[in-house]
Design a protein around this ligand. Structure first.
Ligand code: ZN
Length: 432
């Protein structure tokens, strides 16, 4: 899922460097990554032929069901582990005085811009190395254990390092402006948020066209009959300029997905080859109609707007608290004001904690848009509620997604409603 990962990483730069929420998160029908088994979801509709061309069976066999439970439990724990590790690493870099040391080394470069850049590269490198064992475990070993990984370790590592390299190159822009504004303005949080608007818009245009293709091939749909159906669907939905792409996501992972990305002329709907292989034409039509819903309802813009509002709020709150912390621990940290770039790990800690608190709100907004798109999908795909429900069920089965998570887990972490809810919704929609 590197094409996804890179979009996320690049657009979430501001999360790393400052942002409150992860925006531009490519949409998916798949509510990410938890699992808890609910036998009621096992609709096992025998009138639907089991997928034969993919790697997995539908309906689910008992072995896969056991895996779903295990993957679910693992992911629930992992949410917390990764949150605390995400705090621990910058915390260590901060309290050991390493951040101050990196700043001193980087400051040997006389041109300010390059000094900031050198610091960012050193910081990212240290952070990458420290988080590597867990990163290998979660993103390679676990994915391999559950049968998703389609890459060798070297292939995986190469792409992971490419991500890091891209982050090092692009990250200097927000990082440089952040510290410039902190040093010159009181309301730097407002100025930074306003400045982030053009930056993010440019990123969202650049990423699908120039960065995602470094990892995957994007082309027209291979299945011409399917393409005709989808173009007809787009026409009937009033989209005359839809760019629809098939991506060879199977290069990295067996998981299936689809998303809308880009802005203006670069706006595109992307279908995973894994989804095409495992879904029937009607199921794909539903997925496409759902994505077209995001497209015509401008959810990318809404997502961007919401993210910016919460980013500004997070920066504002951080500014209210962080100076006191710096004052109290300045000896240990090795810097005396926020405008010192050695404060980067402290900023990251604040932003992570504040974002974690905001997450239920931003995720609720996201879930609301997902319901809108599911409604749009039902209105335009021309399929039955039962077919749509099976599409959701398949997502749970193939991706080992939790169809029925604990309500609190859903409330806090899910950008999409739980699959059982979405299944009930499409079935009820038809009866209206
Ligand atoms: Zn969606």
């Amino acid at each position: 899922m590197k094409s996804i990962a890179i979009v996320r990483i690049a657009v979430c730069l501001l999360v790393l460097l400052v942002a409150a929420t992860c925006l531009g998160n490519p949409d998916s029908l798949n509510p990410a990554d938890t699992v808890a088994v609910d036998t009621a979801v096992m609709t096992a509709d025998t009138t639907v032929a089991a997928a034969t061309t993919g790697d997995l069976q539908y309906p689910m066999d008992p072995e896969r069901q056991a895996q779903l439970v295990a993957y679910s439990r693992f992911n629930n724990i992992w949410r917390f582990v990764s949150f605390f590790v995400g705090l621990l690493i910058p915390f260590l870099i901060l309290v050991t005085g390493l951040s101050a040391k990196l700043r001193t080394w980087a400051s040997k470069i006389k041109i300010k811009f390059f000094a900031v850049w050198a610091f960012l590269i050193l910081f990212l490198l240290v952070d990458y190395i420290l988080s590597m064992p867990l990163s290998i475990y979660r993103s390679f070993i676990v994915e391999q254990q559950y049968g998703f990984m389609n890459q060798t370790f070297i292939e995986w590592l190469t792409e992971d390092m490419m991500n890091l390299g891209i982050l090092m190159v692009i990250g200097i822009i927000p990082m440089f402006f952040l510290y410039k504004l902190i040093n010159y303005m009181t309301r730097w949080w407002l100025a930074f948020t306003l400045g982030a608007i053009p930056f993010l818009i440019v990123m969202m245009i650049v990423i699908p066209i120039y960065i995602s293709p470094l990892f995957n091939d994007f082309g027209p749909l291979q299945d011409k009959a399917l393409e005709t159906e989808i173009l007809a669907l787009a026409e009937s939905a009033g989209i005359h300029d839809a760019d629809i792409f098939e991506v060879n996501a199977s290069k990295q992972s067996a998981k299936l997905n689809a998303y809308v990305t880009g802005m203006f002329g670069s706006k595109r709907i992307v279908l995973y080859d894994t989804l095409i292989r495992n879904f029937t034409t009607n199921e794909i039509k539903f997925v496409m109609a759902h994505e077209m819903g995001h497209y015509v309802m401008n959810h990318i813009w809404w997502g961007l707007g919401i993210a910016l509002v919460f980013m500004m709020l997070a920066l504002f709150l951080m500014d209210k608290m962080i100076h006191r912390v710096i004052k109290k621990f300045q000896k240990r940290f090795g810097f005396i004001h926020l405008g010192d770039m050695a404060s980067l790990p402290l900023i990251l800690i604040f932003v992570s904690v504040i974002s974690f608190v905001f997450q239920p709100i931003t995720n609720s907004a996201s879930r609301y848009m997902e319901v809108q798109s599911d409604t749009y999908g039902m209105e335009h795909a021309g399929i039955t509620g039962e077919e749509a429900a099976i599409a959701f069920d398949k997502l749970a089965v193939y991706n080992l997604s939790d169809p029925d998570p604990h309500p609190l887990v859903e409330f806090w972490f899910y950008s999409h409603p739980a699959l059982t809810k979405r299944m009930a919704f499409v079935r009820a929609w038809e009866k209206e």
